[in-house]
Ligand binder design. Sequence first.
Ligand code: NAD
Length: 389
Amino acid sequence: MNRQFDFLMPSVNFFGPGVIAKIGDRAKMLNMHKPLIVTTEGLSKIDNGPVQQTTAALEKAGVDYAVFTGVEPNPKIRNVQAGKKMYQDENCDSIITVGGGSAHDCGKGIGIVLTNGDDISKLAGIETLKNPLPPLMAVNTTAGTGSELTRHAVITNEKTHLKFVVVSWRNIPLVSFNDPMLMLDIPKDITAATGCDAFVQAIEPYVSVDHNPITDSQCKEAIQLIQTALPEVVANGHNIEARTKMVEAEMLAGMAFNNANLGYVHAMAHQLGGQYDAPHGVCCALLLTTVEEYNLIACPERFAKLAKVMGFDTTGLTLYEAAQKSIDGMREMCRLVGIPSSIKEIGAKPEDFEMMAKNALKDGNAFSNPRKGTVEDIVKLYQKAYDGI
Ligand code: NAD
């Protein structure tokens, strides 16, 4: 490969069972005097759950805090604004996000509007942030989006029903915590959806036009970990070893797409999430096989390699037969963990497809997709995902 690339790594990540206990000392090290904890109402109510373990560790270290529980799934601009108000009213000086991608993205959004201007929708795009965010730490509780270590903040404009992404290295949390013990009680459907998101985030960078040798190895490892661990955690959420493998995998996938970017699955899934407020991981999984089957002719060698990574014996097969095996592997994973078979089931309507297709092609993730499509192509892909995978 004869080209240049830059490579972003997360700053510090605490990984493994029990690491959440270290957050108080780390807050002190970062001179956080009063962080705003940004989370969901549901998580804040779990007895000895992720929020309570975070606040206990902060109290032990003598660090004051305020708790904002106004994060909705697919976080909205109104959540960002409400969080900003609380940050100011409570005289906070830093942010700690506790949750999955929604909490992290909302916390990043709050940091963005505090230091870069009030209208976050105007900051959509790549490297639009001129000023650093307040100190930000992320306690991750799903495996998952990778948002605890990525440069992306995905926010939904509740008026237009469009998801937009603010992509900047300034968004990367200073410290993140990935403690699998905080993930043992994630409900089955959320475990499956978030795990499929990690799976898609390992596949899209592998076939992305921006892939590089480092992201390739991260994707391969992540895919193999997910293939064994995801069905196991869906079957038994308290399997600590499998939960730990899923965390490893989501981190690897997060680092990979932070650098190699994604593709049409995410570009199109953002439209489904924005229009129908459906869970992000489900939207991605519902589109995965349809989009990758479409992409296959753009880089059949990559898909054939992917089939080998997934454990298929491709000896004696033609290039396209081998490539097709990888699609079988994707379909099998989604089926095993109980993903529905059509975007109908999340409320998708054919009359919206053209509008969503136009917006998908403008989404930042579309530019790294290996095959270049037209609006008509994307409409057909939505229709195919509607007719059933
Ligand atoms: P989420 O954060 O929306 O969480 C889903 C639900 O699970 C919530 O109700 C939450 O309260 C609950 N939950 C979370 N952790 C739990 C736990 N440990 N136990 C019990 N319940 C728990 O889901 P997500 O999939 O992690 O995040 C999706 C969002 O992230 C979407 O908005 C998506 O667009 C965005 N995203 C961001 C990036 C990025 O890099 N910034 C990447 C991919 C997706």
